[in-house]
Design a binder for this molecule. Structure first.
Ligand SMILES: N[C@@H](CCC(=O)N[C@@H](CS)C(=O)NCC(=O)O)C(=O)O
Length: 203
């Protein structure tokens, strides 16, 4: 049984999604970031970074959402890792890209629009980071022009790790107009029962 720390609406969301895709048994730890549980001495023993997600599996503890996803897939549904050497490398490639390239500028926009009161918002930060995100979305769109999923013909962790970030752009109300391949792929990912279930979970 996996115990997961963090709300499905946070970076932990992609781990809930993978747990559901993999059919792994899981429970959500009682945990409130509003109450600063992520900075408690007890939690810092599990993840010294003071961030979610974090999981426990028996005596093992793991943090960093994409590493957690690799662990879940390895243990419960290896097909999510890709089935050939190239697919497995593509899963790594897109997962790394989602965290290193796509997520940082998008999070800056998310923070401005979600956490900063309108009167203190920095439009320059929003605009600068949106300009960084847009060409990355074009890269995704072009990639999906010639394949159904990011690692090939089958759904893998590459799709989970990238879609969980790309969906933030859409959820902020920005349009994917003109990026038809990306739009179709995101809709396909979001229509999966596992995504649907996680999107209905309480925080
Ligand atoms: N690279 C980490 C990022 C985790 C992360 O930044 N989590 C946020 C919530 S979405 C957090 O816990 N923030 C609390 C803090 O930074 O103090 C991962 O993907 O697991």
């Amino acid at each position: 049984m996996i115990t997961i720390y963090g709300s499905p609406q946070s970076s932990a969301g992609r781990c809930y999604w993978t747990l559901e895709e993999a059919g792994a048994p899981w429970e959500q730890a009682p945990f409130s970031m509003r109450n600063k549980d992520h900075k408690s001495a007890e939690f810092l023993k599990l993840n010294p970074n003071g961030k979610v997600p974090c999981i426990r599996d028996g005596s093992a503890t793991l943090w960093e959402s994409t590493a957690i996803n690799f662990y879940i897939a390895e243990k419960w549904k290896q097909d999510l890792l890709g089935t050939t050497a190239l697919e497995r490398a593509l899963v790594q490639q897109w997962s790394t890209w989602s965290q290193v390239d796509l997520q940082p500028p998008l999070i800056q926009v998310f923070i401005q629009l979600h956490f900063i009161p309108e009167e203190r918002r920095n439009q320059e930060v929003i605009d600068t980071n949106l300009e960084k995100v847009k060409p990355l979305l074009v890269i995704l769109d072009q990639e999906l022009n010639h394949k159904r999923y990011l690692a090939g013909e089958e759904f893998t962790l590459a799709d989970i790790n990238v879609a969980s970030v790309a969906s933030v752009y859409k959820s902020l109300g920005f349009s994917l107009e003109g990026l038809n391949n990306l739009q179709k792929w995101l809709e396909t990912c979001q229509s999966r029962p596992a995504w649907q279930k996680v999107s209905q979970l309480d925080s």
